[in-house]
Design a protein around this ligand. Structure first.
Ligand code: DON
Length: 325
């Protein structure tokens, strides 16, 4: 880092100026009072609608954050691209995509549908993510117990985050499991259609899915994960290669087309960046070869995306030329 600084070789050379612009957008979005905090479980419902944090981590490890960046929140659906990336790394795309497709579903993230091959449409919606959870268990290498699989995944997530603290919110896990009629319905529907690999332990697979959603972290840590994805799988802080670059390419491709629920098409059009949102109000945005950004604010729009998060992205590409096209 220091030698690059001396050579002025940073990807964002005028980082201080860049941060000032980010700050300006931050304050503009703070005034946005639209949206509702998710209320299907009490632990999410209790979150203040005022929380608003922005964290940035460039591929060369320059960092900036503003707002509520140290308050832990659960990762929820932002875990989906990460577990998908881990599955790709373990098994390769060919095997993973025998079980899950690559098409946007054009429907709600938890809708009871499969594609015309009787596979879940993609790994960014609930059905696809549940399926990916079953792959980590039954196809990968030596059979892992649920405990081993949880450890393995937590460890991968922590390495993606450069070793920063990750937690697990047991109350959220228990509530998710209680409030999961639809997810169970999806799980059973896929079992009816023989979507899972042989020997899948259905109950453990569902639990693992709820556990992945219940991992807890701060906006700073999620931005480092985004930085690792932006950097082809090499963590900008530790320089460890956590995911293969081809896995990262696949993850980003599907974040681009499917990461923002039923707003994915419009988001790809307006913002043009791979992103994934979660019901806790987290929004993970990747600017490939430049930086990862985490935006976190609990109020969600009717499609389920963080209102302040989406506004931030739209303002960002007005100011900077980050749209891929
Ligand atoms: O499966 C659920 O309902 C949540 N725990 C995850 C929801 C989420 O963030 C929506 N994602 N696609």
């Amino acid at each position: 880092l220091i030698s690059r600084a001396f050579r002025h070789q940073f990807i964002i050379p005028e980082f201080q100026d860049f941060c000032k612009e980010i700050e300006e957008i931050y304050w503009k979005c703070k005034d946005n009072n639209n949206g509702e905090v998710a209320s299907y479980i009490p632990q999410l419902k209790r979150m203040s609608s005022n929380y608003w944090g922005v964290s940035v981590c460039t591929i060369d490890g320059q960092r900036f954050s503003i707002g509520d960046v140290n308050i832990p929140f659960t990762i929820q659906s932002c875990s989906k691209p990460l577990t998908y990336g881990i599955a790709l790394d373990l098994l390769g795309a060919e095997i993973v995509h025998k079980y899950v497709g690559q098409e946007p579903s054009g429907r709600n993230f938890n809708e009871l549908i499969l594609d015309h091959n009787k596979k879940p449409h993609n790994p960014m919606i609930n059905a696809g993510a549940i399926l990916v959870c079953s792959l980590l268990k039954t196809v990968a290498g030596p059979e892992m117990t649920l405990a081993e699989k949880f450890d393995y995944t937590l460890n991968c997530f922590a390495r993606l985050a450069g070793g920063e603290d990750l937690g697990f919110n047991n109350a959220v896990f228990l509530s998710e499991r209680e409030a999961a009629d639809r997810n169970y319905a999806l799980g059973f529907y896929m079992r009816e259609h023989k979507c899972y690999p042989d020997k899948t332990n259905f109950k453990e697979c569902m639990d693992f899915y709820f556990q992945c959603c219940s991992l807890e972290l701060s906006s700073d840590s999620l931005s480092v994960m985004g930085g690792t994805l932006a950097n082809g799988g090499i963590c900008p802080l530790t320089e460890e290669k956590v995911l293969k670059s081809e896995s990262v390419r696949d993850v980003l491709s599907l974040m681009h087309s499917c990461g923002m629920y039923d707003y994915s098409g419009q988001f790809a059009f307006k913002v043009g960046l791979p992103a994934k949102s979660g019901v806790s109000g987290a929004l993970l945005v990747v600017i490939p070869n430049v930086m990862g950004i985490c935006l976190w604010s609990p109020p969600l729009d009717p499609l389920g995306n963080s209102c302040r998060g989406v506004q931030f992205c739209e303002e960002l590409v007005k100011k900077f030329n980050f749209h891929r096209y």
